[in-house]
Design a protein around this ligand. Structure first.
Ligand code: ZN
Length: 307
């Protein structure tokens, strides 16, 4: 009897242990789910916000460039009319000689950077890259490669997020010095040429751009806007021919052309049109150069007019 009793007790204990274990498991699962679920949701939300921010930046950038090109179109409407798709006669060729063309690529490094570098190398020309902040190893190698190949490494913005960088002068300074630090750590240089996201005449900044310009001047930075665009950020889906024509007809108008293009994912057409543009520029016998200390800056808000 006592043996049986002991057996029963043992079985009861066993069953109880099992119940406790099961309960423990359930509690652990509940705790894990409670911890994990909000984290996963947070991550998903964060990714969504980042995606939306990127979209907003593109929209704002496109808008800025579009406004610029519209302004330019109005200002030079007369010239353009006169020009009307002129072919390069010999007279034009001589007129064009001595012109300086600075090709500039914003928003890199990207998956297109190496392709751009290869083409520039094939045509033996140097360009300027206004880069943003990227800390992955591939991007860091690209900063180094741009510099090592003799192109001008210049600064655009670390985050390129308008609502962040143009929130206050302090925020702008912080963003720029963060990029300067990253490039100094990666390449060993602190670039002095800068391009504002959206340009100096952007209409999205919360701060007076003149305050930012004053700061840049004080620190010895030189900023560059543009007077020629290939149209890869106008928001219109231009054909390759239109993009080439934008650059060539723009270059014809100025002694110094600063050509705005983009080095970013999705701007494959910019890469594809580059050889044609370079071929035409070579034929026009213009000098294709990287921005340097002797370059006369193109500025929508002129630095010299800001006291
Ligand atoms: Zn940009």
């Amino acid at each position: 009897m006592s043996d049986d009793k002991q057996k029963v007790k043992k079985t009861e204990l066993e069953a109880r242990r099992k119940r406790v274990n099961r309960l423990k498991k359930i509690i652990v699962i509940i705790v894990v789910v409670c911890l994990l679920l909000p984290s996963v949701l947070c991550l998903a939300l964060w990714m969504k916000v980042a995606h939306l921010e990127r979209q907003m930046n593109t929209i704002v950038e496109n808008y800025g460039v579009r406004q610029q090109s519209l302004k330019k179109d109005t200002a030079y409407a007369a010239d353009v009319k006169k020009q009307k798709k002129m072919d390069l006669s010999e007279e034009d060729q001589t007129k064009i000689k001595g012109k300086k063309v600075y090709l500039t690529f914003d928003d890199g490094p990207s998956e297109n950077t190496e392709k751009i570098l290869k083409i520039l190398d094939e045509y033996d020309v140097k360009a300027t890259f206004f880069v943003i902040g990227q800390t992955d190893e591939y991007s860091k190698k690209l900063y180094q490669k741009i510099y090592a190949q003799g192109h001008t490494l210049a600064m655009h913005s670390y985050t390129h997020q308008y609502q962040k960088i143009y929130k206050s002068l302090f925020a702008y300074k912080k963003d720029l010095s963060r990029l300067s630090d990253l490039l100094f750590e990666t390449v060993g240089v602190r670039p002095k040429f800068v391009r504002f996201p959206g340009g100096s005449s952007n209409t999205v900044s919360n701060i007076d751009m003149k305050d930012v310009i004053r700061y840049l001047k004080k620190e010895g930075y030189i900023y560059f806007d543009w007077n020629v665009i290939n149209g890869d950020a106008t928001g219109e889906n231009l054909t390759k021919e239109e993009m080439v024509n934008n650059v060539i007809s723009g270059v014809k108008q100025y002694d110094t052309s600063i050509v705005l293009m983009h080095d970013s994912a999705g701007k494959e057409k910019t890469v594809e049109t580059l050889p044609t543009i370079l071929k035409k520029l070579k034929k026009m016998k213009v000098s294709v150069l990287a921005i340097n200390n002797t370059t006369i800056p193109v500025q929508h808000i002129k630095a010299e007019e800001v006291e």
